[in-house]
Design a protein around this ligand. Structure first.
Ligand code: FES
Length: 247
């Protein structure tokens, strides 16, 4: 199959950037989307042109590195799929595919399709950990946890921190990411020692990084490749008020 890739090109954070179109043929419909971009880059190398910078690590939907906007949707046309798990068979032969980096003030473009998501790391630094002592692993059944609580914690822990929630939100809010990271620890007994401090400091860092306020449009939940629920945001808000009163 052949397609036209219309890709955002930007050499550095200070350059204005713009779209450039590339015709690519000899693509296999079963190629992954990133393999198709690899194929384009091989063509660009042969033509002595600058390759397109894009990010990835696992290519298995785990690491959250690969997110881009594809035809106006975060991670492309399918629900609950990361960019690396998308295949060219999801597009029509001859289609023009528009690829853009995440658009958010707190995620400045580094180069082409790569954005700086270190704001997420700084939010995690404020409380995305527990203070349990390291050493011999404790007996797995020593702290019984009910199924409903463990399910909710593990559902929140599924967040891969890709940034699709921020990029798709009209307010560029990081509330879905931050709430998932808070709740997955605050729900569990192991997360209790820092529970109040975690919600206060992680939300404070979220605001400091310049992310917008959440107005519950629900766009983040729709575009999240891991299906993280916006009920996490409501729960984070409730935990925040409780922490402010009791801490
Ligand atoms: S490259 Fe790891 S989630 Fe896509």
């Amino acid at each position: 199959m052949k397609v036209a890739f219309r890709i955002w090109r930007q050499d550095n954070p200070n350059e204005k950037g713009g779209f450039k179109e590339y015709q690519v043929d000899n693509l296999n419909a079963d190629m992954s989307f990133l393999e198709a971009l690899d194929h384009l880059n091989e063509l660009l190398v042969l033509r002595n042109e600058k390759v397109v910078a894009f990010e990835y690590d696992c290519r298995e939907g785990i690491c959250g590195q690969c997110g881009v906007f594809i035809n106006g949707r975060a991670h492309g046309p399918h629900d609950n799929v990361t960019t690396c798990q998308l295949h060219m068979r999801s597009f029509q032969d001859g289609e023009t595919i528009v690829i853009e980096p995440w658009r958010a003030k707190s995620f400045p473009v580094i180069k082409d399709l790569i954005v700086d998501r270190s704001a997420f790391d700084r939010i995690i630094e404020q409380g995305g950990y527990i203070s349990a002592k390291t050493g011999t692993a404790p007996e797995a059944n020593a702290i019984p946890i009910g199924k409903e609580i463990s399910d909710r914690a593990m559902d929140a822990a599924a967040c891969i921190g890709c940034g699709a929630c921020v990029a798709t939100c009209k307010n560029s809010s990081a509330a879905l990411f931050t709430s998932a990271k808070i709740n997955h620890l605050n729900l569990l007994p192991q997360g209790q020692p820092e529970a109040y401090r975690r919600v206060i400091e992680m939300t404070a860092q979220m605001a400091k990084e310049g992310f917008g306020h959440c107005t519950f449009t629900g766009a983040c939940e729709v575009e999240c490749p891991e299906g993280i629920s916006i009920t996490n945001i409501a729960e984070m808000n409730a935990r925040y008020f409780k922490a402010k009163i009791f801490s």
